[in-house]
Ligand binder design. Structure first.
Ligand SMILES: Cc1ncc(COP(=O)(O)O)c(C=O)c1O
Length: 410
């Protein structure tokens, strides 16, 4: 898809899926009817007891919801003594929060009478979740993945193929998530009559940002009740990593009206903001522009060309961010900070050693954020962390990072 810096009047769809000035629908004509059908179906489904019941039953008996919360006191000793509680999306079937959205979209695909799903994936978790739902519901499935990501997430490539999906490595551009999204959109334009694009995060053209958020909202709905039941109070701060921003929107949304709760999104500072090798849209040089169908903050140069992002975590390595985050940031309701690769890997090791939990490297960014905010808050503080995924997919990367394998074992 074409990247442009500022939308012109011709392609602005006023009022459609806007969060302030952000969001909208910037797509080729060929996709408009499919997006309208999707919007109609998902709005109907939101009020249909049959759909709501079917999704709730899948969450209960397939995903394993509600996911539990876990207090981590030994880890919290490194967070200024603040109370730290994890929302355990890592325990979901397939290993991350991504399944919440995918099951909802896969059910909608059936309702639209479509037989094939397309998805993009960075860390592979969204691809695995989509391949899983496709197997469960009998849909054909094609997953686009940047070549670099197929190498750093080889385990997930094998998982998707075992589940019956076709995985297509993408060799354009930086060969990471942005390029996979471009390919997925191209496929969708060509096959839109029988295919649905299961977009994996809270970005893209309307209605994706709103729909994906709504499917992930369950994270915050459950967590809010769970912390009230267990501790009788709301947290002071919520930390969540932000790639496109789906797990963060999922846990933040139910707390937006709780003005005493700080919402803190953690982006990837990669090798450091000064290095230029990062994916920190809000802390870096991002300015609003259009990427992948939405008007939102995008890392770009003065000519409006999208700048390549970098992160040790494939799932955060994306030059843009969901439009609702852009709105929450500019309106001041949410704060965004960035975490370097080194800081994230240190938090990864710390959670493993102190609590026996291997987090996804993406989620380790949120843990590193909790270490910073916990030190600000002190021993009276209470931080809720979205542990968006488990680290099985990252064992190889982490073992290399920490030099744990002898030659010949690599
Ligand atoms: C475990 C995990 N957490 C977080 C992310 C980032 O995505 P999002 O910002 O949409 O939650 C990914 C993406 O692949 C992921 O696999």
């Amino acid at each position: 898809m074409t990247d442009t810096t500022v939308p012109t009047d011709a392609n602005v769809q006023t009022g459609l899926g806007r969060f302030g000035e952000f969001g909208g629908r910037y797509v080729p004509e060929a996709l408009v009817a499919a997006l309208e059908e999707l919007d109609e179906q998902r709005l109907k489904a939101n009020h249909d007891p049959g759909f709501i019941g079917e999704l709730a039953e899948l969450h209960r008996s397939y995903t394993g919801r509600p996911s539990i919360i876990t207090e981590v006191p030994r880890f919290a000793e490194h967070c200024g003594g603040a109370r730290v509680v994890l929302k355990r999306e890592d325990l979901n079937h397939t290993g991350s929060h991504k399944i919440n959205n995918v099951l909802g979209q896969a059910l909608l695909t059936k309702r639209m009478g479509k037989t094939r799903v397309i998805a993009e994936t960075g860390a592979g978790q969204h691809g695995v979740a989509t391949a899983t739902a496709a197997a469960l519901l009998g849909l054909d499935c094609v997953i686009y993945m940047g070549r670099v990501d197929t190498e750093r997430q080889a385990l997930n490539v094998a998982r998707m193929r075992l589940l019956g999906a076709q995985v297509v490595p993408v060799d354009h551009g930086s060969r990471t998530l942005k390029d996979a999204v471009n390919e997925a959109f191209r496929d969708w334009v060509a096959n839109v009559e029988h295919s649905h694009y299961v977009l994996g995060t809270v970005t893209g053209p309307y209605p994706f940002p709103e729909m994906v958020r709504d499917f992930h909202r369950i994270i915050g709905v459950e967590a809010r009740q769970q912390v009230l039941d267990a501790y009788g109070r709301l947290p002071d701060a919520i930390c969540a990593c932000v790639g496109g921003g789906s797990n963060a929107m999922g846990i933040f949304h139910r707390f937006i009206d709780d003005s005493g709760v700080r919402l803190i999104g953690l982006e990837a500072a990669g090798e450091g903001l000064e290095s230029g090798r990062h994916a920190a849209r809000f802390s870096g040089q991002a300015i609003p522009g259009v990427l992948h169908g939405a008007f939102t903050y995008v890392l770009q140069d003065e000519d409006g060309q999208t700048v390549e992002s970098h992160s040790v975590s494939a799932g955060l390595d994306y030059p843009s961010v969901g439009p609702e985050h852009s709105f929450l940031r500019d309106s001041g309701r949410a704060e965004y900070d960035s975490i370097t690769d080194d800081e994230a890997m240190e938090a990864f090791r710390l959670l493993a050693r102190t609590e026996g939990i291997l987090p996804a490297i993406e989620s380790a960014h949120a843990l590193a954020g909790a270490m910073k905010v916990g030190r600000d808050l002190g021993p009276e503080g209470f931080v809720l962390v979205s542990l968006s995924g488990r680290g099985d997919k990252d064992v190889d990367s982490a073992a290399r990072w920490f030099g744990l394998l002898d030659e010949g074992e690599v």
